[in-house]
Design a protein around this ligand. Structure first.
Ligand SMILES: [Fe+2]
Length: 188
């Protein structure tokens, strides 16, 4: 399959080209994340590149809560994807994983992020952090991979995800934080 630029603009093309060059030069996922950081920060600070239609919630969303997941780019070989996740005010994602390393950062609104760890008989809340515009973090599974985000702003939050899989299409997991029970899902 060929690469798919759903949002086919010079900004997205040059970002993806720089990301691929950084990954090629890197010795590990940690190293790649470090090399990508400056470009990712630039993308989060740029007000002009993401059209309003990719910052809109989806009332009938498969993820519930009006959450919208908007694909912007995916590699033909499934090795990389870029998407915007829109979480309406007061909504939260289920506890979920990504199963791939990458960077996630906030573009609009504010969020609380809760990171979980596997513990005897279920999941344990390991860390909770408040995110503002421009804040971002590296996901390096199994580290930090199980989490949930909740929008704390009066308006929708929009986060930008750069992940090294075709996140919308792979089977991954949602979790019941009390029992630790997992449920396979594809976010679409
Ligand atoms: Fe996530």
């Amino acid at each position: 399959m060929a690469d798919e630029f759903v949002l086919d603009t010079p900004v997205v093309r040059s970002f993806i080209a720089d990301v691929r060059a950084a990954i090629e030069r890197s010795s590990s996922p940690e190293d790649a994340c470090e090399r990508i950081r400056p470009r990712f920060a630039e993308l989060l600070a740029d007000d002009g590149w993401l059209p309003a239609e990719y910052q809109a919630p989806v009332p009938e969303s498969g993820m519930g809560g009006g959450i919208g997941q908007w694909l912007l780019f995916r590699a033909g070989d499934g090795s990389l994807s870029l998407f915007a996740l829109v979480v309406p005010s007061c909504s939260a994602t289920p506890v979920h994983d990504h199963l791939a390393w990458g960077l996630v950062g906030l573009y609009r609104g504010t969020q609380d992020e809760e990171i979980y760890e596997a513990a005897a008989g279920g999941l344990r809340l390991a860390e909770s952090r408040a995110l503002e515009r421009g804040d971002f973090y590296a996901l390096l599974p199994p580290q930090n991979d199980i989490h949930r985000v909740r929008t704390t702003s009066a308006g929708d939050s929009v986060s930008i995800h750069l992940l090294t899989n075709d996140t919308g299409c792979v089977w991954r997991h949602s979790y019941d934080p009390e029992s630790g029970a997992t449920h396979a899902f594809r976010s679409g």
